[in-house]
Design a protein around this ligand. Structure first.
Ligand SMILES: Cc1cc2nc3c(=O)[nH]c(=O)nc-3n(C[C@H](O)[C@H](O)[C@H](O)COP(=O)(O)OP(=O)(O)OC[C@H]3O[C@@H](n4cnc5c(N)ncnc54)[C@H](O)[C@@H]3O)c2cc1C
Length: 396
């Protein structure tokens, strides 16, 4: 390790590694890049614990565009990310999201649909009987309408993606070190270095915050308050003896989701706000509420798919969302005063799919001082102080 880098990235999860890759691959950038990752096993990173799905069905145009770029990247990842002739397989499975709406939610679904169509998303609205005809195993009681993605949606292998970004970034000269950033050096409105638990001080020309659920802790080291908090989310795996053909990612009006994974299914549900505390300072709490499956999820699953009356739940895990408490959207780009402190934070449960779009965009900000491919200015930090939230309505 050198004692000075042009760019120091705090956190080497999918976002830190995507940013490192895009920046290193940018011909106009010839600076040095350091990624500091405290746990290279990634055991508790959001990336490794993700449900790793991608959709075009968002309410905010920037999120639709980011996913469109992301999907195209995933389709061609083997070509972009191969190292020494070895092409990675990010395990992309193409399948739609099926958003089901109750009568109460129908107008919002239709409004989001109009936005998605305006931004070239390949989505279609369906009546309940059309949903039933296409997916005969589903019960459409309480469903007033649905939106199905026809292209540009699916899921992938999040760990394979992370490792592919990382391997490619390293092959392009990015230095990764295992250490914890314990402090940031700020001189007035300039970041000038990072302090490491074991490695002492490293000078740098810019700091990128890619610390996932710990983003607010890292921002606080620069004296910046960031409204991003770790929130626990449970993922349950279950198996069903009856075949459920062509099962997409289904989003029930209750907020519960399920999708196939291997020979089973993944499912989860976001808690109501009053049962969704920040776990700042208790990030070590990865304990699963095993009762939640029977208490809350199974009744909804069995109500929506009669074959799910007879299922067997096996594994379960906890992951942390980096939850933007203001508008549930990413916080991207430079701090308005501290221009060389750059955010890539607050993905609120949709950051895996955003790694290519955001990685590329943040790479451009570092290399050129501006966005070139996608204009993500509206998702800046200044929106919090200016009181112009960009609320994402499709949070799962
Ligand atoms: C249960 C669950 C389901 C999800 N489902 C989806 C989905 O279907 N689709 C989707 O797009 N997104 C999904 N997400 C969100 C997505 O996984 C995340 O947005 C994405 O992985 C964030 O990547 P990251 O690199 O920002 O964070 P992380 O993967 O958490 O990486 C941050 C890294 O920073 C390191 N770090 C933190 N602090 C320090 C420090 N001080 N010093 C050094 N290193 C540090 C950590 O060790 C960690 O490895 C889901 C998330 C969860 C938890």
């Amino acid at each position: 390790m050198k004692d000075s880098y042009d760019v120091a990235i705090v956190g080497g999860g999918v976002m830190g590694s995507a940013i490192a890759y895009f920046l290193a691959a940018e011909p106009a950038f010839d600076g040095s890049i350091l990624v500091v990752e405290k746990d290279p096993t990634y055991a508790r990173s959001s990336t490794a614990l993700s449900v790793a799905s991608i959709r075009q069905q968002f309410s905010v145009p920037e999120n639709i565009r980011i996913s469109q770029l992301g999907f195209r990247f995933f389709e061609t990842a083997a070509a972009h990310l191969s190292v020494d002739g070895q092409a990675p397989d990010v395990g992309l499975k193409k399948s739609g999201y099926l958003f089901l709406a109750s009568a109460k939610g129908l107008a919002v679904l239709e409004r989001k649909h109009r936005t998605q169509k305006e931004h070239d998303a390949d989505v279609v609205l369906s009546e309940p009987d059309q949903v039933k005809a296409r997916f005969p195993w589903i019960n459409v009681d309480g469903v007033a309408g649905a939106s199905l993605g026809l292209y540009g949606e699916g899921w992938l292998d999040s760990f394979a993606l992370l490792q592919a970004f990382k391997a490619k970034a390293r092959s392009l000269g990015v230095a990764y070190i295992k250490d914890r950033v314990t402090g940031l050096e700020r001189q007035g409105n300039r970041m000038s270095g990072v302090e490491l638990e074991k490695g002492g001080r490293v000078a740098c020309g810019a700091v990128v915050n890619a610390a996932g659920p710990a983003a607010a802790d890292v921002a606080a080291m620069a004296g910046i308050e960031l409204p991003v908090r770790p929130r626990k989310r449970f993922v349950f795996v279950f198996r069903c003896r009856t075949a459920i053909p062509d099962c997409p990612m289904v989003i029930d009006p209750s907020g519960l989701y399920f999708r196939p994974e291997g020979d089973g299914f993944l499912t989860g549900i976001s808690p109501p706000p009053e049962e969704d505390p920040d776990c700042q300072g208790s990030e070590e709490d990865f304990e699963v509420d095993h009762g939640l499956f029977e208490r809350r999820l199974w009744p909804i699953l069995a109500g929506r798919v009669p074959a799910f009356e007879a299922i067997r739940q096996d594994r379960a895990w906890v992951g942390l969302y980096a939850y933007d408490t203001v508008d549930q959207n990413a916080v991207l780009g430079p701090h308005p005063q501290v221009a060389n402190f750059i955010f890539a934070n607050g993905f609120s449960g949709h950051g895996l799919q955003q790694a290519p779009g955001v990685g590329r965009a943040i790479g451009e900000v570092v290399a050129f001082g501006e966005y070139r491919t996608l204009d993500l200015t509206r998702l800046d930090f200044a929106r919090f102080t200016a009181g112009r939230p960009v609320r994402e309505l499709n949070i799962i």
